[in-house]
Design a protein around this ligand. Sequence first.
Ligand code: GLY
Ligand code: MN
Ligand code: MN
Length: 458
Amino acid sequence: MREIGVEEFVNRRCQLMAAMGDDAIAVLAAAPLKTRNRDSEYPFRQDSDFHYLSGFPEPDAVLVLCPGAEQEVVLFCLPRDPAKEVWTGYRIGPQAAAEKYALDRACSLDDIDSLLPPLMKGRQRILYSFSRSDAFSRSDAFSGTETSAGAQALSARIRGWRQALLGQERHAQRVPQQEENLDVLLHEMRLFKSPAEADLMRVAGALSAQAHCHAMRRCKPGLMEYQLEATIRHCFAEQGYREPAYSTIVGGGANGCILHYTENRDELCDGELVLIDAGCEVAGYAGDITRTFPVNGRFSEAQRALYELVLAAQEAAIEVIRPGVSWNLPHERAVAVLTAGLLKLGLLQGELDTLIAEEAYRPFYMHRTGHWLGLDVHDVGEYQVQGRWRDLQAGMVLTVEPGLYIAPAMDAVDPCWHGIGIRIEDDILVTADGCEVLTRAVPKTVAAIEALMAEGDA
Ligand code: GLY
Ligand code: MN
Ligand code: MN
């Protein structure tokens, strides 16, 4: 299984600590285990920030970064407990964790209330994520009970530790006075992918592409949407990637016009299109591909006209991606192509520039052309800096995913277009002199799609 090497985690922590300043301390919590029902839990997925800095894969853990002359990185995690591990699975335990993740110290989570407050002493600022409000640990780690009633958000725990320190310290100024949002520094780091991260995203893109190809080959009228979802998930799981990066969308016909359609329960019908939005998660990194193709393997005239318009918009958007161009330029290019095409096909009437300025395309294209991609499918990182769209830079990864959606309820539109929902989405790495399409292995021209579907899955 591919993953990031431990030196890279060490480097990330050093980079963050240098940016924080010596008078600060940062505290991060692992993701909690979430109950699905009664005593069944959802598959555990580590919090992306916590993973980015530690690589540590368990819930019930806290990472503390203390920069400065006495720089120290401390992990609190569950102690080994063979009796419990028989029921809940292996734990790494503090001793092995310190070595494996190259930490200065790792301690039992049971000791956090006594060991963490002294780490805050003498520091002015405490950094933690303001965007997370989930409880950071099961309360059994703190109170000895098996219920989660006592679990608290990290912010509440931090206030408790500050309070405890104030109780012990005669000099209030030796207790952090200021709380700051760790997201600001950390998410800017996550926006720029290292070569090792780019490699993992290449794998995520390639495996996602392979799964889409299988679905295209297998598709035929009478199949159910969930059967194509099963094909996709089977491809991921067979390679050891058991959880997709997000809920798979398989929408036949008008279902393709519902942007977050995940029920995937209808039959795929002759003469309709099917839209599949699915991505593999590789070592935490997301692939995110959408393809739209005819259920019976041949585009109708109306489907083809709209499909080629969306494809032209997508290609125009990708073409401008390189360092130094505005984040918004690909969107502007896509919108210009889509609006001109809608005008030509008679779906819009008026003057091109006015239609663009007035966003007349919005009933047919209601979302933006892409988003950052990384450990989260809608990844972190600001899109604007000081009120202006930021420029693209090498190492950023974004999606380009224009679409057109003509729901049957659009009465004012010629019924020949009804029930056509199209999106074409690829993942793009900005390189030093242009860009690399990480998901290029899945076809998207009409001819290439029809040829692949004609091969079938035999
Ligand atoms: N799959 C979610 C998106 O494309 O944004
Ligand atoms: Mn996307
Ligand atoms: Mn997508």
